[in-house]
Design a protein around this ligand. Structure first.
Ligand code: HMG
Ligand code: MG
Length: 325
């Protein structure tokens, strides 16, 4: 039943890689996306159209989008690819590629097929002024005005689905635990009114706890933001990501972000580590009888491969357990 179904959003190729200092070859990124697409994952964040001066690792996102459109991946299930775009400049970089391949992707409200993936644009706001400044070089109000343009253009030009992140919702590297859940609800409401299809709540710092996750979600519900429009994006810096996931699941949320091998971190959140590992998320959901559609062994292999490939420790507890068993 749909009650037992959860959607996992794989953010490894974007959140997982954006903070890596050593340049990762385009071929490795494409191979990662292809390997992930064979595990049963349907939604993959594949790149980010941000300033290369700010985040050099995401510089070849145009090439990634181009390749994904030119060579449809032999996926298990039809795919959706997501790309970050903080402003019209970033969105226009994506549009330049789309203009060259107008019939290679599914429009919004048309399901993706084997040879036509769906595309999604993601904007990213912050719940605190200090994080907004560090991450986007502007205050929250200015960022929201830019996102309004991005959302409108994404809809008007290519009918793209738009995800809207709100970062540091459960703790800020600069303002601590003092993040107002009502402010988060207010920003979420504004983004939904602009036409965003989904709000992704980012625990960027991993400072989130079970009670504060509950409090935040209650606040969003009270503000009228529906559970089906919310995704949870937990970083696991303090090891609380799955505990908070359980709380969100109990609240009725069914979309969760994760990153293979536990890769990741935000360059503007000092010390923050990766997202909750996809392997750990899949295993956890299975123990609860939830259906992710993802093959655990397959995703464990991808986690081991990519962490070796980029010379990082495999940060997935479940991945290491499965491999050691
Ligand atoms: P700015 O310096 O204020 O921008 O940066 P600007 O408009 O003044 O432009 C300055 C230069 O950047 C110009 O180039 C622009 O053309 C260029 P120049 O004339 O100096 O050669 N530029 C761009 N280039 C490529 N693509 C663009 C773009 N925009 C401007 N889109 C800006 C403002 C938003 C661009 C900058 O702050 C930026 O790129 N920030 C992105 C930071 C980022 O990517 N952070 C990580 C992703 S968010 C995250 O990880 C959190 C998340 O995972 C959720 C969670 O965990 O909470 C999503
Ligand atoms: Mg993140």
């Amino acid at each position: 039943s749909s009650y037992n179904r959860v959607k996992l959003v794989e953010v490894g190729p974007r959140d997982g890689l954006q903070n890596e200092k050593k340049t990762i070859p385009l071929a490795t990124k494409l191979e990662l996306i292809e390997r992930l697409s064979k595990t049963g994952l349907t939604t993959i964040e594949a790149g980010s159209f941000v300033s290369p001066k700010w985040v050099p690792q995401m510089d070849n996102s145009s090439e990634i989008l181009q390749r994904l459109l030119e060579h449809p991946l032999p996926a298990q299930r039809p795919l959706t690819f997501s790309f970050l775009a903080p402003n019209l400049k970033g969105l226009n970089s994506a549009f330049t590629v789309l203009a060259q391949h107008p019939d290679r992707f599914a429009a919004e409200n048309t399901p993706p097929t084997a040879d036509k993936p769906a595309l999604e644009i993601a904007v990213f706001a912050a719940a605190t002024e200090s994080f907004s400044r560090k991450n986007l070089n502007c205050d929250i109000a200015t960022s929201l005005a830019r996102f309004k343009e991005v959302i409108q253009a994404a809809k008007d030009t290519h009918s793209l689905r738009v995800r809207a992140y709100i970062s540091v919702v459960l703790g800020c590297p600069f303002e601590g635990y003092d993040v107002d859940p009502h402010r988060v609800a207010q920003i979420a409401t504004e983004l939904m009114e602009m036409g965003a299809d989904e709000i992704a709540l980012g625990d960027t710092t991993g400072m989130g706890t079970a009670p504060r996750t509950k409090e935040l979600l209650n606040c969003l519900s009270a503000a009228g933001v529906r559970n089906e429009d919310i995704a949870m994006h937990f970083h696991d810096t303090y090891g609380q990501a799955l505990v908070n996931t359980a709380v969100a699941l109990e609240h009725g949320i069914r979309t969760f972000d994760c990153s293979v091998g536990g890769l990741g971190g935000c360059p503007y959140s000092p010390g923050a580590t990766g997202n909750v590992a996809t392997e750990d998320m899949v295993y956890f959901m299975e123990t609860l009888g939830m259906d992710t559609g993802v093959d655990l062994d397959a995703v464990v292999d991808v986690g081991e491969w990519i962490t070796r490939e980029i010379g990082k420790e495999n940060a997935s507890t479940v991945g290491k357990a499965v491999l050691g068993a």
